[in-house]
Design a protein around this ligand. Structure first.
Ligand SMILES: NC(=O)C1=CN([C@@H]2O[C@H](COP(=O)(O)OP(=O)(O)OC[C@H]3O[C@@H](n4cnc5c(N)ncnc54)[C@H](OP(=O)(O)O)[C@@H]3O)[C@@H](O)[C@H]2O)C=CC1
Ligand SMILES: O=C(O)C1=N[C@H](C(=O)O)C[C@H](O)C1
Length: 255
């Protein structure tokens, strides 16, 4: 059975990658592709419709699921419209405030909802194992470095924040230090967090654990946005048949 997919942010870096993959795959088909600005009229031969048409398009084309990579405010608007229409919603958007994240999660009461800050399977694996690394190495200094392209808006990345949640619940840390400058020696128990932005780097996350005259580096490097798009479309195909609720990407991978 082919799952019908609506794509938002369709001319953005991720939206394009998702759109192209939906066209390629045999287990899904494209219901529509929308974007806020309509300067770019087509992507991969598909007409890009205005985001203003999103609600009527949900009614007319009746997608099984919408895949969204945009920005926090627009993601909440798209999720609200999907909840109203009873359409499953997958989003990879990052940069939500805590209240925005709660608002997004609340839509899972009404529709199948899956939000993941990173749809790479390797990152999900890093999220799954990082707690064990931290609890096996108590007292080791921990630093997290994330590197992305110069167009990225939010820092630290959504992935870094997700890793930090796991790290903090597995170890005894005093707090986060974002960058360092001047006379600022490292304090025991702090987590150093560093965000690099340069060129067209797709996305890298490294957790460094050092102590006991040794160092452990756990690094994930995405070589291509197709990695994220593949995970998001896998999640969309999986979510289309699910009951309303909040789902995790780890469930998609393990099923
Ligand atoms: N979970 C994951 O695996 C990944 C998550 N991301 C996240 O996805 C998001 C998008 O990233 P990326 O594709 O690189 O970003 P881009 O800036 O390339 O694209 C963003 C798209 O969203 C649209 N958009 C932004 N704000 C609004 C708004 N207020 N209303 C409607 N549309 C809007 C833009 O439209 P317009 O053309 O009009 O500006 C654009 O099409 C980010 O939060 C990023 O962190 C990225 C990669 C992987
Ligand atoms: O903006 C990006 O590009 C990415 N954003 C996500 C994040 O904030 O973690 C995931 C990925 O690293 C690429």
């Amino acid at each position: 059975m082919s799952v019908s997919v609506g794509v938002t942010g369709a001319t953005g870096r991720m939206g394009r990658a998702v759109l192209e993959l939906v066209l390629e795959r045999e287990d899904c088909s494209l219901a529509f592709a929308v974007n806020r600005s309509t300067d770019i009229e087509t992507v991969a031969g598909v007409e890009i419709e205005s985001a203003l048409e999103f609600v009527p398009l949900l009614e007319e084309r009746n997608p099984d699921v919408v895949v969204d990579f945009t920005g926090p405010k627009s993601t909440l608007e798209y999720a609200s419209a999907c909840a109203e229409a009873g359409v499953a919603f997958v989003t990879g958007t990052t940069g939500f405030s805590a209240p925005q994240r709660s608002q997004l999660e609340a839509y899972g009461d009404t529709i199948p909802l899956l939000h993941a800050p990173n749809f790479a399977r390797g990152v999900q694996t890093l999220v799954d194992i990082i707690g064990d690394a931290v609890s096996n190495l108590p007292g080791y200094d921990l630093e997290l470095v994330e590197t992305h392209h110069n167009g990225k808006r939010d820092a630290p990345s959504g992935t870094a924040n997700r890793l930090l949640e796991e790290i903090e619940s597995a170890g005894d840390f005093t707090g986060r230090t974002h960058g360092r400058e001047g006379d600022q020696p490292r304090e025991a128990g702090e987590i150093g967090v560093h965000a690099l932005r340069a060129g067209s780097i797709t996305g890298e996350h490294e957790v460094v654990l050092a102590g006991n005259h040794e160092e452990l580096r756990l690094t994930h490097r995405a070589e291509d946005r197709g990695v994220f798009a593949a995970g998001a479309v896998d999640a969309a195909v999986w979510l289309a048949g699910a009951a309303p609720g909040r789902y995790d990407f780890s469930t998609v991978i393990s099923s």
